[in-house]
Design a protein around this ligand. Structure first.
Ligand SMILES: [Zn+2]
Length: 245
């Protein structure tokens, strides 16, 4: 779960742990301080005469009010901090948006992707929190380049997927490709899918791109390497001869 305003538990961008978060806001902190003061005076109040109780109550009410006023002056509007219970690092929030740190907890891009695609992947991840839509649009471009890397035109994603299906690509991979294609198109030409408030869904698309790379690039490459290293050249030639007739 990516960091969300007010959530008591999320994946910390510092330590990547799904950890409990302690929130500091003007409201909850002034309440905490007032509770502490009230608690301090509790013992004192129980040991003194009734006639002084009203005075003390009035005094407590007064510091409650002045503390809150003073605190509101010190802490800017809409400012809050969440501290991670796992690593003690904090995230800084203005309004409902995280402003520090600006990184997400996404997996790295598949190592077999071209450098150009890896760069696009990282660029998309760097703006995910600020703009899920922009991030998805960049991922769509990355998909286009990926299709080119596997030998397709890279010009029309839909046609490229069609060709791969004709060549016998598994329906699971086709689904992943279409998922990225349809949502990506929606980011570029807004339609029915609203990505503005959906960083969580946009985040999942990074995993989809890596899945596609794994299936279309990494696995075939591993198999090819294994074949070349284990099957004797002579046998490889026999196989080639068998399939050419
Ligand atoms: Zn942490």
């Amino acid at each position: 779960m990516i960091p969300e305003y007010g959530n008591n538990k999320f994946q910390c961008p510092h330590c990547n742990t799904f950890a409990t978060q302690e929130w500091f806001t003007v409201d909850n902190s002034s309440n905490k301080v007032v509770n502490i003061i009230n608690h301090l005076y509790f013992n004192y109040r129980s040991s003194i005469n009734n006639q002084y109780q009203n005075g003390i109550a009035g005094f407590l009410k007064e510091i409650d009010k002045s503390f809150e006023n003073y605190f509101c002056k010190l802490v800017p509007n809409g400012f809050s901090v969440a501290t991670c219970s796992s690593c003690d690092e904090f995230t800084l929030w203005v309004g409902k948006n995280i402003v520090y740190p600006k990184k997400t907890t996404l997996p790295p891009p598949n190592v077999d992707l071209s450098e150009e695609i890896k760069a696009l992947y990282l660029e998309a991840s760097s703006i995910l929190i600020e703009s899920p839509k922009g991030s998805t649009a960049i991922l769509r471009l990355a998909l286009q380049k990926l299709l080119k890397q596997v030998g397709k035109s890279g010009k029309n994603i839909n046609n490229d997927i069609g060709e791969l299906v004709e060549e016998g690509m598994s329906p699971k991979i086709q689904q992943a490709l279409d998922l990225l294609r349809v949502i990506g198109n929606n980011a570029v030409h807004p339609g029915q899918i609203n990505l503005d408030d959906n960083a969580e869904a946009a985040q999942k698309l990074f995993g989809v791109l890596n899945f596609i790379a794994e299936e279309l690039i990494t696995k075939p490459k591993e198999l090819e390497d294994l074949y070349a290293s284990l099957i004797p050249t002579e046998t490889q030639d026999h196989i080639k001869q068998r399939d050419s007739t």
